[in-house]
Design a protein around this ligand. Structure first.
Ligand code: ATR
Length: 269
């Protein structure tokens, strides 16, 4: 019996148990997936406990994505560049290995809607928090040209230096209108629309506006984008994409069915 869990605080709203149990049930695997609240400041002690209780894999959400790094034995290149982990796997010799599956999760979500070659694409990315770091890492490695705009422009400059292998353009969010004409797609990682406001967009002319948020917090921004003529997509595809990567790490390369998990999530929201 493989024991898996998502840890965070708050964690009650997490869709991860639903996603992973959908796959565990569909594939008739001997495994369980729980949601466990671990308060900030208790990360290291909790990882020791989970190792003793023979958990084999953990998803990590706020506020532990960076704190786990002080406690793990091995880290992937993505974790090093992004500075945060969302997936831990118990090592046979003891201790934990840290991966970040948010980056491939975004690429899975974009491939699902027909976007897989970024070598000639310019991506306009909004925001410079944790979600943007993973997105930058993924699209930089995929060969895209990136324009990163953020309310606090210094943070945009800093994460390009830290997460990217090549130079990209950065600027203040207020320059969105002038940069939008040059973009093949926009990826929004900000929480600017979570309270019902939205970042104003120019005419989309059928181009893609991808929002990493989903559910009620994403509604206002996506409705505005749609009204401006953008093709819109919410962040559930990325959520399920990152879960599929974690699942594959824990279950020796098994690729679970993205569509059944997406349907389960949309039904529950
Ligand atoms: P996450 O981990 O989801 O990326 P975060 O690290 O809190 O979350 O980042 C939130 C992002 O949304 C930041 O880029 C933030 O801009 P600042 O770096 O200037 O703080 C952006 N953001 C939040 N509220 C915003 C608003 N009202 N207008 C514009 N940007 C906003």
């Amino acid at each position: 019996m493989k024991r898996l869990a998502v840890i965070g605080d708050p964690v009650g709203h997490s869709l991860s148990p639903l996603i992973h149990m959908t796959w565990i049930d569909a594939l008739r695997l001997e495994a369980s997936y729980e949601s466990i609240r671990v308060p900030a400041g208790e990360t290291a002690a909790a990882l020791d406990d989970f190792e003793q209780q023979e958990f084999q894999g953990l998803n990590v959400t706020l506020p532990h994505k960076q704190a786990v790094l002080a406690k793990v034995t091995e880290t992937s290149d993505a974790v090093e560049a992004i500075g945060a982990a969302n997936t831990l796997s118990r090592l046979p010799r003891g201790g934990w290995r840290a991966d970040n599956t948010d980056a491939p999760g975004l690429l899975t979500a974009l491939a699902r809607i027909g976007l897989s070659d970024f070598s000639d694409k310019t991506v306009l990315m909004l925001g410079a928090g944790g979600a943007a770091r993973a997105g930058l890492f993924a699209l930089d490695r995929a060969g895209a040209k990136i324009i990163l705009l953020n309310r606090t422009v210094e943070k945009a400059e800093q994460i390009i230096t830290e997460c990217c292998s090549r130079a990209h353009v950065s600027g203040p969010l207020g320059t969105l209108q002038e940069h939008a004409d040059h973009a093949d797609l926009i990826i929004n990682t900000t929480s600017a629309g979570h309270g019902g406001a939205h970042i104003p967009l120019p005419d989309g002319e059928g181009r893609l506006f991808y929002d990493m948020s989903y559910g009620t917090p994403a509604e206002a921004q996506l409705a505005h984008a749609k009204a401006q003529g953008w093709q819109t997509e919410d962040g559930l595809g990325m959520l399920v994409g990152q879960a599929a990567e974690s699942f594959s790490i824990w279950f020796d390369g098994v690729r679970p069915d993205i569509e059944i998990a997406l349907t389960a999530c949309r039904t529950s929201l």
